[in-house]
Design a protein around this ligand. Structure first.
Ligand code: AMP
Ligand code: ZN
Length: 448
């Protein structure tokens, strides 16, 4: 089975061959735990969960290691803890729990308990400060970083290939830099590896270092944790496309600066934005819907997951109520046909999914697959693993009974029992459900 992914580094779709098929390694930037995950955050997590499941299927679960970090030290966290008048530890523990609960509802595989090879790891930044300090020291020794006024900065000019991922060149960066440049920076593009603690900082966000008390910059967290768990060179690095610059560019600079013989990640994979009315869903714009909001409204996690995967991961995905309704209807249809056994997924299913994770294409194949095949396909997508009975009885769901009435009406029409067909149509209408008969004999429904 040949896997192909679009590699941001080369801007081409390339064949994927792991450096070591017995130890395939992937790192993905995880959440900053200061607020509930919104659907944009969820898209990123779900996309890489499918990629992880595909890699496990192809190379064997015991041969894939996947690290997705938790950023639990960050300016936003400090701000949120002050606003909520709780300690940073309380805040990050609570938000991490929310994240785990919400992602579990979306069918995302959790971190593994066993620490053997082949696992999902969820490293926390605060538990890897020593690795970050060690990497910063190496960067200083290699002439790639310098200490100034309690800070340590990465010297962008010291890396000739800076900009390799994003395509931004140094002159462009300098021209675009803000007019006011902090006095401790040699060059406007230099970024922080270590910053001094503020007087009002919560003690749990202050760490000792050779440069005084302070905390790491965000970029070094990912470089240190990925290198620690996956080595200086590994196979795939993923994240949202908003992270390409500066975060991922800086990760490359740091990791290659600290390990001059390494190339860091071989494949860079970036998911597109989840948008609302064409605009990126984000905390700062205030246009966000959290996963928890939807679950509370009775939308099933699996419906959200299905809706997230119906668009190709690299393309923008515009969220709407209609998308949720359609996902629900389609899943209901699939659950109605779900077989008991799990046969092997069809070859064309695997081929299409291996072609740059073409989820919309494989989801169209679900609708023509046999019942037993469906279960196996669903496993790789992280859907269709429930018992159909519990699916239709689940909370917030009355679509199963709607469909049964529709089926009864179709049967009545076939038997030319027009009175019964009309009675069912009216019964549904009284519940606010409108029917639309299709030329092929099937019936669609929508809420009034
Ligand atoms: P954050 O917690 O903001 O650091 O984001 C966590 C992850 O979610 C990162 O990989 C982001 O790129 C991703 N992300 C944030 N907003 C969106 C969005 N609207 N669409 C897709 N991915 C997003
Ligand atoms: Zn990162």
């Amino acid at each position: 089975m040949t896997l192909k992914f679009h590699n941001t580094l080369t801007r081409k779709k390339e064949e994927f061959t792991p450096m070591d098929p017995k130890n395939v390694r992937m790192y993905v930037c995880g959440p900053t735990v200061y607020a509930r995950a919104h659907l944009g955050n969820a898209r990123s997590v779900v996309v890489y969960d499918v990629l992880y499941r595909l890699l496990r299927h192809v190379y064997g679960a015991e041969h894939v290691t996947y690290a997705r970090n938790i950023t639990d030290v960050d300016d936003n966290i400090n701000k949120a803890a002050i606003e909520r008048k709780i300690t940073i530890k309380q805040l990050t523990a609570e938000v991490t729990k929310w994240f785990h609960d919400d992602m579990a509802a979306l069918g995302v595989l959790p971190a593994s308990d066993n620490k053997s090879n082949g696992m999902m790891i969820e490293p926390k930044a605060t538990e890897h400060i020593s690795q970050m300090i060690e990497m910063i020291e190496r960067l200083i020794n290699n002439g790639k970083a310098y200490a100034a006024q309690g800070h340590v900065l990465f010297s962008v000019k010291s890396m000739s290939n800076y900009g390799v991922l994003s395509g931004r060149v140094q002159e462009e960066l300098e021209a675009g830099a803000r007019v006011k440049v902090e006095g401790y920076k040699r060059d406007p593009g230099d970024f922080v590896l270590w910053k001094p603690a503020d007087a009002q900082d919560d003690p749990s966000s202050i760490f000792d270092s050779p440069w005084g008390k302070g905390r790491p910059g965000w970029h070094i967290e990912c470089s240190a944790m990925s290198t620690h768990y996956l080595g200086a060179d590994f196979d795939i690095h993923g994240g949202g496309s908003d992270l390409m610059f500066p975060h991922h560019e800086n990760e490359i600079a740091q990791s290659c600066g600290a390990n001059p013989d390494s190339h860091f990640a071989k494949f860079w994979v970036h998911n597109g934005f989840l948008t609302v009315g064409g605009e990126k869903m984000s905390k700062s714009l205030g246009n966000f819907i959290t996963v928890h909001d939807l679950l509370e409204k009775g939308v099933k996690g699996e419906v959200i997951r299905y809706a997230l995967l119906k668009t190709k991961y690299r393309e923008p995905l515009d969220w709407s109520d209609k998308l949720v309704e359609d996902a629900k209807k389609e899943l209901d249809g699939l659950y109605r046909r779900l077989g008991e056994k799990s046969a092997a997924p069809g070859d064309n299913f695997l081929e299409e999914l291996s072609d740059d994770l073409n989820t919309p294409k494989v989801m169209s194949l679900l609708h023509i697959a046999a019942g037993d095949e469906l279960k196996a396909m669903g496993k790789i997508l992280g859907i269709l693993q429930q018992d159909p009975q519990s699916w239709f009885q689940g909370s917030g769901n009355d679509d199963g009974s709607i469909q049964s009435l529709i089926d009864a009406r179709i049967a009545a029409k076939k038997g030319k029992n027009w009175a019964e067909a009309d009675r069912i149509r009216n019964e549904l209408k009284s519940k606010g459900i409108l029917l639309e008969d299709k030329p092929d004999g099937s019936t669609d429904w929508r809420k009034e």
